[in-house]
Design a protein around this ligand. Structure first.
Ligand code: AMP
Ligand code: ZN
Length: 478
């Protein structure tokens, strides 16, 4: 598999540190509110990466943190008059619900910053001992210029950064907060302010800086060098650059071999974000549309390209998924017949020579830096092939082989369900619909077309469309 590595700006062949195993760290959300659908993009695409690597036979250790100590969490806690931990625990639980709705599998470990403070303090001590960090009035800063590779991920030149910081440095001097040795230095540990959560440390009662948690938790749960580090492209600088500086300065080894960054989910050309106020929460969207359609929409673009969110594009995704679900349903109908027919010679040949071509092309697309857009096109072709090569004479065994392949690619790897949802209907409603359909079939048989049409219209009023097929009457929600 080839992965575009932000570090080298090239697509590179993926070679794991330990054969057969992959360690992935994905920076997770700051839990101060419901997550928005932009935050869901890294969750969905890197869950798909994990699923695909498992499909290829790797054992994946997937670590994704929750940032549960942060100014935004503290501000909300103050507003509500509750503890910061109440806010973070509430939104961790809500985020997990959203992930489940979107069929994002739980990580192998979901570490939380507040539960790893002693390890973070140890990391800061190491950095001070090695001369990469220093303390001033209870705050510990990373000495950025002491790390010679600073800027290698974001491809920024440290001297350009310096001039960018001049104005800021001036402002700090004026305000009397100019205690850093260099404006480029960043915070590893900061003292508490009145009313803020804090932990004891050798420097002050306070809390860790944001960048520190990922350096610490990735090492603890994966190792000093990890295979793949991922997140949204806004994290490249400064967050990931600072993680590299901290980890490589402390450990003396390369931090991550491959850096993957997803492009933005946009709305009217702007990045969707809380601060711009142009966002929808996952919770809202999943009440307006099927979460599976939303996941399918998210995968309709390769993860590095920007993706515009619009009602029309989600409707297109709904139509596309409907084609897949219809194709799968045709197969399950043949399977349900359990006709016991042996595979015909033609069917055998199709399974041996044609079907593997679709699987190979799907894998080729995914091997090309997780190109889910092309992989989905292959699934559409597989559906066309399946529809064209099955009919009432097909053996159930043949239909099952096609279904299993479709299930593996679409349901298992892309995480998009291929079975039609009839779930949220009460059993009584389903029984009523099926009773009306039986009455209509009887009316048609008796050539009472007026009654048959009236029943069809009644079903439509109930939000149910029916379709007469060779395999019998099918129904679905309008
Ligand atoms: P945050 O809680 O802001 O740290 O964001 C959590 C994750 O969501 C990070 O990986 C961000 O890069 C990512 N993210 C935030 N907004 C967007 C967006 N509009 N499109 C894609 N990813 C985003
Ligand atoms: Zn991080």
């Amino acid at each position: 598999m080839k992965i575009f590595n932000t570090l080298t700006r090239r697509k590179e062949e993926f070679v794991p540190i330990t054969p057969g195993k992959v360690g992935i760290y994905v920076c997770g959300p700051t839990v101060y509110d419901f997550i928005h659908i932009g935050n869901a993009r890294p969750q969905i695409v890197f869950d798909t990466l994990r699923r695909y690597l498992e499909h290829k036979g790797y054992e994946v250790n997937f670590v994704s943190n929750f940032t549960d100590v942060d100014d935004k969490i503290i501000n909300r806690a103050i507003k509500e008059g509750v503890d910061a931990s109440e806010i973070s625990e509430r939104f961790i639980a809500e985020c997990k619900k959203d992930m489940e709705t979107l069929n994002v599998r739980p990580a192998t470990v979901h570490p939380q910053a507040t539960k790893e403070i002693p390890d973070m303090i140890e990391l800061v001590k190491i950095l001070i001992d090695k001369g990469h960090a220093y303390e001033k009035n209870g705050t510990v800063y990373f000495r950025t210029r002491s790390f010679k590779d600073y800027g290698k991920l974001s491809h920024k030149n440290i001297d350009d950064l310096e001039s960018g910081h001049r104005a800021e440095a001036h402002a700090l001097k004026v305000s009397g907060e100019d205690e850093k040795e260099d404006p480029l230095d960043f915070v590893l540990w900061k003292p508490k302010k009145e009313g803020e959560p804090f932990w004891e440390s050798p420097w002050s009662e306070g809390r860790p800086g944001w960048h520190l948690e990922c350096s610490c938790m990735s090492k603890k749960y994966i190792g000093g060098t990890i295979d793949i580090h991922a997140g949204g492209e806004d994290l490249i600088f400064p967050h990931h650059e600072n993680e590299i500086a901290q980890s490589e300065a402390a450990n003396g080894t390369e931090f991550a071999h491959y850096w993957m960054h997803n492009g933005f989910l946009k709305i009217n050309g702007d990045k969707m974000s809380k601060s711009l106020g142009n966002f929808f929460t996952v919770r809202d969207i999943c009440q307006q549309c099927d979460p599976q359609v939303f996941r399918f929409f998210m995968l309709s673009a390769q993860y590095r390209t920007p993706l515009n969110f619009s009602k029309e594009l989600v409707e297109d995704a709904a139509k596309g998924l409907e084609r897949i679900v219809n194709g799968a349903e045709k197969l399950t109908d043949i399977i349900a017949k359990e006709n016991g027919l042996p595979l015909s010679d033609k069917e055998k040949e199709l399974l041996d020579t044609e079907l593997p071509k679709y699987v190979k092309r799907f894998d080729d697309a995914m091997d090309d830096d997780l190109n889910t857009a092309d992989a989905i096109s292959v699934i559409f072709e597989l559906i066309r092939f399946s529809n064209a090569s099955t009919d009432t004479e097909s053996s159930s065994a043949f239909a099952k082989a096609l279904y299993d392949t479709l299930f593996e690619l679409c349901d298992t790897v892309l995480g998009v369900h291929i079975e039609r949802k009839k779930d949220d209907m009460a059993a009584d409603d389903v029984a009523e619909i099926e009773k009306l359909i039986a009455e209509r079939t009887a009316a048609k048989k008796a050539k009472d077309f007026a009654t048959a049409d009236a029943i069809r219209a009644k079903l439509l009023d109930m939000g149910i469309v029916i379709e007469d097929t060779r395999e019998g009457v099918k129904w679905k929600k309008a």
